[in-house]
Design a protein around this ligand. Structure first.
Ligand code: NAP
Ligand code: ZN
Length: 347
C-alpha cells in the first residue's frame, strides 16, 4: 500500500521555528522505492535554506538531505533494491539524465539543473526533504549503505561526506600531500577523516584551539587557531590543498597565502555574502581558487563504500525531532560535535 501523507517537521515561514506537520508523498511509481527514513542529518545548508540566506523559497519547508533508511516498498520496475535494503538519499532526487554531466555521473552539475530533494523540484513545485518519516525516490537516485556503517553515522555521509570526498579525490589528496581543512564542523570533521584515510597529512585550521584534541583523534597531524595571526605567517606556502568548509565569509587572501606554488584552495562553504579577493593572491604562486558541490551518484556510492572499508562514519549526536530548533541554534553557535542527526522515529 502506498503512503501518500506522511508526518514531517517544517518551517511554516522563513526563519520560523520548525513544527510538526504532514506533507504529501507521491504514490510509488514503476521505478520508485518507498524509504522508511530512520535518520536525517542536520546540515548547515538546512539552516541557510530556512533563513532564506540563498534567496526566496517556498514555505512550509521540510529540510533534510542527509537521509538514511530502509526500503519499505518497491515499484514493479525496480531492479536495484529490494524491501529491507539499507539506503540513503542526498541533496538531489533526479536530474535530466541526458546532458553530458549526467551521462558522466556528475548529476550535481546537470545542465538543466538537478532536481533537489527540497525545497523545489525540477517541476518547479515544492519538494519536501528528509525531516520526515518516509520518502519516495527513483531507485537510480538512492544509494546503497554498506553493512558496517550504522544508519545514524551514515546519514551525514550523504551530504557532508560526499562534499569533502569529491574535492579531496579530484585534487588528489593522498600520500605525500599536505591538506588543510578549514572549519571543524559537520563537513570539516568528515574532511579530516577522509583526507587522513586517503593518506594525506592533514592540518585543521579552526577558529580556536578548543577542538584540537578532536582533530588529532579524527586523524589530523596538526590543528592551528586562525584567530592567531602567527598561524598564517608560520604556515605560509605549506599546503598542496586547502578545503574551506566555513559557513561564513573568510579573508581568502590570507588562506590563499597558505598554498604552495600551484596549490588549490577549494571552497565548499556557502555563505550568502560575496567575497573580496586581491588577485595577486592567485597570480603569485600560480595558485587556484576553486569550488565544489556535493558529488554525483557514482562517486557518492564510491564514497560510501570507501567509508565502510575504512570504518568511517560521522560523529553524531542523535536527537528527537522535538529538539530540531535547539539543534539549529547550537549549529549556529558552533556547539556541535560534529553532526546532529534526527531520529526519524520521533517525527
Ligand atoms: P557547520 O557544522 O556549522 O561547520 C562550519 C564550521 O565553520 C564551524 O564548525 C566552524 O569551525 C567554522 N566557522 C563557522 N563560522 C565561522 C566564522 N565566522 N569564521 C570562521 N570559521 C567559522 O556547517 P556544515 O554543515 O559543515 O556546513 C558548512 C558550510 O558548507 C555551510 O555554508 C553549508 O551550507 C555548506 N555546504 C556546502 C556544500 C557544497 O556542496 N558545497 C554541501 C553542504 C554544505 P571551527 O569551530 O573549527 O572554527
Ligand atoms: Zn548539506
Amino acid at each position: 500500500m502506498s503512503i501518500t501523507t506522511v508526518p514531517a517537521y517544517a518551517a511554516p515561514a522563513p526563519k520560523a521555528p520548525l513544527e510538526r506537520t504532514t506533507v504529501p508523498r507521491r504514490p510509488v511509481g514503476e521505478h520508485d522505492v518507498l524509504i522508511e527514513i530512520k535518520y536525517a542529518g542536520i546540515c548547515h545548508s538546512d539552516i541557510h535554506q530556512v533563513n532564506e540566506d540563498w534567496g526566496t523559497a517556498p514555505f512550509p519547508m521540510v529540510p533534510g538531505h542527509e537521509i538514511a533508511g530502509i526500503v519499505a516498498e518497491v515499484g514493479p520496475g525496480v531492479t536495484r533494491y529490494a524491501v529491507g535494503d539499507r539506503v540513503g538519499v542526498g541533496c538531489f532526487v533526479d536530474s535530466c539524465r541526458t546532458c553530458d554531466n549526467c551521462r558522466a555521473g556528475l548529476q550535481q552539475y546537470c545542465a538543466v539543473g538537478m532536481s533537489a530533494t527540497y525545497p523545489v523540484g525540477s517541476d518547479g513545485q515544492p519538494a519536501y526533504g528528509g525531516y520526515s518519516s518516509h520518502l519516495v525516490v527513483d531507485e537510480n537516485y538512492a544509494l546503497r549503505i554498506p553493512e558496517g556503517i550504522g544508519l545514524a553515522e551514515a546519514a551525514p555521509l550523504l551530504c557532508a561526506g560526499i562534499t569533502l570526498y569529491s574535492p579531496l579525490k579530484h585534487w588528489q589528496a593522498g600520500p605525500g600531500k599536505k591538506v588543510a581543512i578549514v572549519g571543524l564542523g559537520g563537513l570539516g570533521h568528515m574532511g579530516v577523516k577522509i583526507a587522513a584515510a586517503l593518506g594525506a597529512e592533514v592540518t585543521v585550521l579552526s577558529q580556536s584551539l578548543r577542538k584540537k584534541e578532536d582533530s588529532l583523534r579524527l586523524g589530523a597531524a596538526d590543528h592551528r587557531a586562525t584567530s592567531d595571526s602567527a598561524t598564517f605567517a608560520e604556515l605560509a606556502g605549506s599546503f598542496d590543498l586547502v578545503v574551506s568548509t566555513v559557513s561564513a565569509v573568510l579573508p581568502f587572501d590570507d588562506y590563499l597565502g597558505l598554498l604552495k606554488t600551484d596549490g588549490t584552495l577549494v571552497n565548499v562553504g556557502a555563505p550568502a555574502d560575496p567575497i573580496s579577493l586581491n588577485l595577486f593572491s592567485v597570480i603569485g604562486g600560480r595558485r587556484s581558487l576553486a569550488g565544489s558541490m556535493i558529488g554525483g551518484i557514482p562517486e557518492t556510492q564510491e564514497m560510501l563504500d570507501f567509508c565502510a572499508e575504512h570504518g568511517l562514519g560521522a560523529e553524531v549526536e542523535v536527537i528527537p525531532a522535538e529538539r530540531i530548533n535547539e539543534a539549529f541554534a547550537r549549529v549556529l553557535a558552533g556547539d556541535v560535535r560534529y553532526r546532529f542527526v534526527i531520529d526519524a522515529g520521533t517525527i
